[in-house]
Every structure is written in structure tokens, then in C-alpha cells.
Design a protein around this ligand. Structure first.
Ligand SMILES: [Zn+2]
Length: 204
């Protein structure tokens, strides 16, 4: 299946990524939305199909986050091909491949200039796992989202907001999260700064 017209990644990054997949004998699936994940790599038995595996990318409108996710999953595929899956999913081997691919992408300006520094900082950070854990990088990607939904980080302390149908007040900043109190139960929760919310003023 030709996925080229569907993937919202600009050229020449798109052609490069598709060629990498072809070289590594990776099938690509793009479509549907997932709230939990941006994508994943699924290995397959080499002997049966001649394929290494399949990269699943969930649809999203932000082309830069999609390219970053694609490179993340491609790194899993290459590591699987090179080490037969006997290494840790986000271990040193994976990090080396991911770094090399990102350096290539930065060199050829596949990402906008504004994303270069957060991506380089991400490469150098010790927190180098699945997307969503690097707050500064995620905030940088967020500026390219077509529909920016409000997040906990955006509203001032003391604000009341709705999240997953329940009402909370933002109480104080913890190390990496915000302490928020559920109004109905007075229970305290540690909420991720990127958690999507609906400010209460928007509800009326
Ligand atoms: Zn991963």
C-alpha cells in the first residue's frame, strides 16, 4: 500500500523515512487515533514473510511530532534487525540508533529551527524514553499542534477546571506534576502538566 499521500510529513523527510523502512524491510501502517500512544513497532518472524516487522503510526495533524515518533519507532525496528530483539527496548543500543537518526534529520533540516535545541537537549538527556516524558520537547512540539487544547500547565494556581468529567482546583506545583484537588471528594491528585483540561469558564 502506498502510504505516501496519507502521511503528513513534508519532503524530503518523508521519502527518507519511507526508504529507511524499505531498506529495513519494515511494513508501515498509518491511521486511526489513539489517546494512549503515538505509535509502536511490532516485530514479526523474519523467516515467514521476509519482513522485519511493522511500524504503526497513529494519525495526528502535527507533522513534526509524527516524524519524531516515526524515527523513534524506526530505531526500534533497526535495533530489532541488528540484535534480534535481545536488547532492552530503550537501552543503549536503541539510544545510539535513535541519536544517529535524529542527528541525520537535524543535519538535513527535517525539523524546523525552533525544534532543534529541544531535540538536541532531548538527545543529551538521561530521560530518553517514550514520548511524553520530556516536558520541554513536548511543549515545543505543541506549538505546532493545529488544535491546541488547554492543559494544566496553562491555567493559574487556584483555577477550577474540568478533567474527565470531574471538577478540580489547581493547588500547588510539585516536583514534576501539579497537586490538584477534586472538588466533589476533596481528594488530592498529582496531575501531569500536559494533562488536557477544560477551564471551568469555558463550560458556561
Ligand atoms: Zn519506544
Amino acid at each position: 500500500m502506498n502510504l505516501k499521500p496519507q502521511l503528513p510529513i513534508s519532503e524530503p523527510a518523508l521519502s527518507w523515512f519511507l526508504q529507511c523502512c524499505k531498506n529495513a524491510r519494515i511494513e508501515l501502517a498509518y491511521g486511526s487515533k489513539s489517546k494512549r500512544s503515538l505509535g509502536f513497532f511490532q516485530s514479526v518472524s523474519k523467516s515467514q514473510t521476509g519482513l522485519t516487522g511493522k511500524i504503526h503510526l497513529y494519525s495526528q495533524s502535527n507533522p513534526h511530532r509524527l516524524l519524531f515518533t516515526a524515527i523513534h519507532e524506526l530505531s526500534h525496528a533497526i535495533v530489532w534487525l541488528d540484535f534480534d530483539g535481545v536488547v532492552a527496548p530503550h537501552g543503549s543500543e536503541w539510544k545510539a540508533v535513535f541519536t544517529e537518526l535524529l542527528e541525520f534529520a537535524l543535519h538535513y533540516k527535517f525539523f524546523p529551527e525552533a525544534l532543534e535545541t529541544p531535540i538536541r537537549t532531548h538527545i543529551q538527556s538521561t530521560v530518553f524514553a517514550c514520548s511524553g516524558t520530556d516536558l520541554q520537547l513536548e511543549l515545543a512540539f505543541r506549538t505546532y499542534d493545529s488544535h491546541q487544547k488547554p492543559i494544566v500547565l496553562d491555567v493559574p494556581m487556584g483555577s477550577v477546571f474540568q478533567m474527565q468529567g470531574r471538577q478540580f482546583v489547581k493547588v500547588r506545583k510539585l516536583n514534576k506534576r501539579f497537586e490538584c484537588k477534586e472538588l466533589q471528594t476533596n481528594r488530592l491528585f498529582r496531575v501531569h502538566p500536559l494533562a488536557e483540561i477544560q477551564p471551568i469558564s469555558d463550560l458556561f
